[in-house]
Design a protein around this ligand. Structure first.
Ligand code: C5P
Length: 235
């Protein structure tokens, strides 16, 4: 597998072409941003944690019937993935109130939702990823009805699988963001699943084990990223 020119550099990852036009190499960086790039910093070792954790969780999801872009872990910071065309949607799944939902609804963080909440944002940095609904998605042709049905079905299944997996490691999955792509015309799960994209709280103490520690200047950021990787690496 040959790593060719860089195709794209995002806030946390670089994507490279390979000599196989159906495969990309993703290279995870330590760069951290928050509030749509307004806050910038570095979380040492984050790229390694996010790469290894995403690879492990994508394997778990594949074993449980969710198609994902993951092919194999190549190195500490690199994974080989399927060359998907990303749907311009951020899919947010929420089990417990936190972050922008708590703000928007004027409620405290930590309130369990009576039903799982699914939200969609239009993936567009210049616009700050505005929240959209099914009508916008169809009107703007961001996805077809069939594709959106699958996205919802997969997102809820991912939530079931990951909530159980994390809880077995004494972690509550509060909320998370997923991205999906098209590969050979099929909807598959892409991007990453990491403490950058999930809110993870210790099940006993509610200690935040995720990027909120960076967003909110809480300290101990590197330590909790390592802690999550350690907990999920245990069988
Ligand atoms: O900020 P908000 O409360 O809407 O975030 C919900 C979840 O989605 C959090 O777990 C957050 O880490 C994730 N998220 C993300 N990328 C974004 C927006 C949110 O990973 N651009």
């Amino acid at each position: 597998m040959e790593k060719l020119e860089m195709l794209y550099e995002g806030k946390a990852k670089k994507v490279y072409k390979t000599n196989n036009d159906k495969q990309y190499i993703v290279d995870y960086k330590d760069d951290a941003t928050a509030f749509n790039g307004v806050k910038k910093g570095t979380i040492i070792g984050k790229g390694v944690v996010n790469n290894k954790m995403s690879a492990a969780l994508f394997s778990l999801l594949e074993e449980n019937g969710i198609p994902t872009h993951q092919i194999e872990l190549l190195s500490d910071r690199e994974s080989l993935v399927k060359a998907v065309t990303i749907l311009p949607l951020e899919v947010i799944v929420r089990n417990v109130s936190a972050g922008s939902l708590a703000q928007r609804l004027g409620i405290e963080e930590g309130i369990p939702m009576k039903e799982t909440v699914l939200e969609f944002s239009y993936k567009n940095d210049d616009l700050g990823d505005p929240m959209i609904n099914d009508y916008h998605i169809f009107a703007m042709e961001f996805a077809t009805r069939e594709q959106l049905d699958l996205v919802k079905k997969y997102a809820l299944k991912v939530n079931e699988i990951l909530s159980k997996f994390f809880l077995e490691r004494n972690i509550k999955l509060i909320d998370f963001k997923l991205e999906f792509g098209l590969y050979d015309g099929q909807v598959i799960l892409a991007d990453e699943i990491s403490p950058d994209t999930c809110r993870l709280w210790d099940a006993e103490t509610n200690k935040k084990l995720d990027k909120d520690r960076f967003r909110r200047d809480m300290g101990g950021v590197e330590e909790v990223y390592q802690e999550v990787l350690n907990r999920i690496s245990k069988k």
